[in-house]
Design a protein around this ligand. Sequence first.
Ligand SMILES: [Zn+2]
Ligand SMILES: [Zn+2]
Length: 415
Amino acid sequence: MESESDSSPTAASLPLSAATLVPAETHPQQSPNRRGPPPPCHAFGVAIVCALPIEATAVTTLFEETWDDAALAKAPTDTNAYSVGAIGAHHVVLVHLPGMGKVASATGAGNLRSSFPRLSLVLLVGICGGAPKVSAKKADELLLGDVVVSTGVVQYDLGRRFPGRFVRKDTPHDNLSRLSLEASALLAKLQAEPGRGKLSSSVAVHLETIQQRLGAQVAYPGRTEDKLFKPGYLHKHREAAECPVCAEKMDAVCDQTFEKSCDELGCGQQESALESRLRPERVSRPVVHFGLVASGDTVMRSGSDRDAIAGRDGVIAFEMEGAGMWEILRSCSCLIVKSICDYADSHKNKKFQAYAAAVAAATAKALLESWDVCTLRVILARSVLEYADIWAKAYRIPCCLGVPTNFLSGRSRRL
Ligand SMILES: [Zn+2]
Ligand SMILES: [Zn+2]
């Protein structure tokens, strides 16, 4: 995630807070089937990592089966909290990170790897801040509720701070590793037709499923709530008599503004404060964008810094967990799948968070439908497990004497 989960200037205006996403009572029959203990950890090929409860709730809504996570045989040193279930042909483990940022995600990734040795795909799913390209083509314009799938991760806050400037470390040694061949092949398939169209349709279908189950709390907030302010137009008091700190300089902002909404401060009352958009109409379905994602421990709340980094590094979104888990999980394919809930500027609020979390979860499921390599591995793993089970039942021979013969499978007498 990229947005703070605490001090929201508009939390009071939301229908429900992020932590209170619950399944709608009107659809209890659509809950995933529950069955007994989960398969062994080595039978899981896919992991989904979420930093916020709102993100994890949206993902679990799309589980077609769930298992008892308390019976999961994870490594003794593994402190992660998991939910386990199935999405399509995949056994999926959902990681609930204890917090946001690189340390939490790196720790979670290390624990995940210790318990689940055969993961082939890890998806970091949730919400992020968008870096809108106002001069882009209409199809490339980022709107709130669109979703970004990473083609790479840039650790934008790793570098040297000199007086008045920051120089990012950009050598091959300092940069995060490239996508795996399998992930690159998947993205190549999804960026071309018919893969792109199929992905878009699947996202819409799964989003509708989530909205049916979670109700109005994950509804699209409305096109009029999607405002992109000009980078230099700050979230601050407008009247000099109201606040001497904000009135002192053009770029001065007082601490009280962090707790206030744009409506309370009167942001955007002049049309000139807003960027014109290429897609003014309401989107009928979220657009999936592919591009580089900036990852760091700082919540980006500055339009001018956002644009400077986007221009320098070519990133289209900002988030806080990708860099932490990237190198630790490089033995498998990692992708960031995050939906844009704000524009990473000083006006950011939580109005789009629930909807964006639902879009991200829907996109993750749509991606899994195309993860053929992983599907093949899961089928093979299941086959091996099934054969192993049959083999054990048929030919298990106790290695110690004193075992009653009725404990033996496939044998009528002790050898
Ligand atoms: Zn002020
Ligand atoms: Zn504002």
